[in-house]
Design a protein around this ligand. Structure first.
Ligand code: TYD
Ligand code: MG
Length: 452
């Protein structure tokens, strides 16, 4: 075996050290020293036996570059395709991150089982039997799908050479281990080295690789930030584990937009694609209840009708409580202050609870007006009409501000049978012949007149 050379480098100032230590002598930073490869053995690449084809890149004039569309591999999953921008690009590395138990392994196994191409699913976390049991649970089987339990990259590449799969799934990058680095799996240097080997393999053979990545407590992908720079696409799978909805978002995409989003529902038999989420998110109630309002929001490029529930009650203890689920608590306080100051509602001595149903978190400011409407409705104990919805932002002086892509929201509300949508007077709307009534409002006092 030829020689492998590694050394320890400080990630913040670059100083080389003879051994690992907690603090860098040069810049005094803690925990920045990482083992790195400086010389690999001759046959270090993912390919060990076959001769390597070395391609040398040459510069091309920009107008000579062939722009005919990259062929993409269809994943046979409309939501996954949409988020990727139309399918998997050959030779690309896609990283899927998400909390434990959210359904990352289920999603990729389900996709692997749907593909008509030869797929290798490598798991470092579960045994072949466990994976087979999961596959039975999602009622799927496919003779093109191979399962391998292995964590050593050199062994994985040996199997890949033999099998020559069209697509490789790795569950997860944190369990992989390369012989060339001493440190344990999941350490920064291991993740970096294993990813480098996988990138080399993907680019040289044009085989796409899908990687699963763990996330840390604060929601970032575990491992070095540089991992996210190395891969082509970073997807995030999110949702509340106690709710059935799961949202797939692209945080980075070299081959498409990051505005698209995929929605799934976790069922007993795996993940189901949800193509019309609004219908599922709005509970169909017969009686009208106070404190409920519906917002026409946009998640990425997709319109989504979301139900907002508020409960306003007299505070029993000295300090009123304010709590928000799925909505920014600071923004709730701001909206309450605006209602108090600009519209004269005495909410200072009331408890206010706010909940976005379906376990979804909304950042879209267009939800403000529905939040205000739900609070007013609960405060007066006066139900809103069932078939009205809201799409506008509320400003600090109580003005109702326009939101982007309002026409798309109006059309979605119309499609779902709403009779009236409240939007800002300052939105430019050029829609004609809509069945839905577009109610323009400019101040929250106006809204209060309409609904209570
Ligand atoms: P999993 O894919 O193992 O999560 P991750 O790889 O992100 O850690 O998903 C685990 C959860 O999904 C588990 O708590 C059970 C649930 N689940 C279902 O509800 N239905 C199913 O068909 C499957 C396979 C899992
Ligand atoms: Mg898993």
């Amino acid at each position: 075996m030829s020689k492998i050379k590694t050394a320890f480098f400080c990630q913040s100032c670059g100083t080389q050290h003879a051994k690992w230590q907690g603090q860098c002598n040069a810049c005094k930073a803690w925990n920045t020293i990482v083992e790195e490869l400086i010389q690999k053995p001759e046959k270090s690449d993912w390919k060990s036996s076959t001769a390597q084809v070395k391609r040398v890149a040459v510069p091309l004039r920009i107008n000579e570059i062939d722009t005919s569309k990259e062929p993409r591999l269809d994943t046979f999953d409309a939501e996954f395709n949409r988020v990727l921008g139309g399918g998997i690009v050959p030779g690309s590395l896609t990283l899927l991150g998400g909390e434990p138990g959210i359904g990352k392994s289920t999603l990729l196994l389900q996709i692997a089982l749907k593909l008509p191409y030869k797929t290798l699913y490598v798991s470092g976390e579960e045994s072949q039997k466990q994976i087979k049991m999961r596959a039975e649970r999602i009622h799927s089987s496919n003779t093109n799908c191979y399962i391998l339990t292995e964590t050593k990259t050199q062994h994985i590449f040996r199997q890949i050479e033999e099998l020559e799969p069209d697509i490789v799934v790795i569950d997860s990058i944190q369990t992989l281990h390369s012989d060339y680095i001493e440190s344990s799996s999941g350490s920064i240097s291991q993740i970096k080295e294993c990813t480098t080997e996988l990138i080399k393999f993907a680019k040289e053979t044009a085989t796409p690789v899908l990687l699963i990545g763990h996330i840390t407590k604060d929601g970032n992908i575990a491992g070095p930030k540089i991992l996210e720079h190395m891969v082509d696409t970073v997807l995030q799978f999110e949702g509340d584990r106690n709710h059935v909805f799961r949202i797939l978002r692209a945080h980075k995409n070299r081959f498409g937009s990051t505005n698209e989003l995929g929605i799934y529902e976790m069922q007993g038999s795996g993940l189901r694609e949800v193509s019309n989420p609004s219908e599922l998110l709005i509970s169909k109630k017969d009686e009208e209840l106070s404190g409920n309002a519906i917002a026409a929001t946009l998640e990425g490029m997709r319109p989504l009708m979301i139900e907002v529930q508020a409960l306003v009650s007299t505070a029993v203890y000295g300090t009123p409580q304010r709590s928000a689920t799925g909505f920014n608590a600071k923004r709730l306080n701001m909206l309450l202050a605006v209602l108090e100051k600009r519209a004269g509602f005495r909410l200072g001595a009331k408890d206010v609870f706010l909940n976005i149903t379906g376990g979804i978190t909304v950042d879209d400011p267009a939800i403000d007006l529905a939040v205000v409407a739900a609070i007013l409705s609960s405060n007066e104990d006066e139900p809103l009409q069932k078939d009205i919805c809201f799409a506008a932002e509320v400003g600090l002086s109580g003005e109702i501000r326009p939101v982007q892509r309002v026409e798309q929201r109006i059309l979605e509300a119309e499609k779902l049978g709403f009779s009236t949508i409240f939007v800002s007077k300052y939105n430019k709307i050029s829609l004609k012949n809509t069945k839905i009534k577009i109610q323009l409002v400019s101040k929250i006092e106006d809204l209060a007149d309409f609904i209570v």
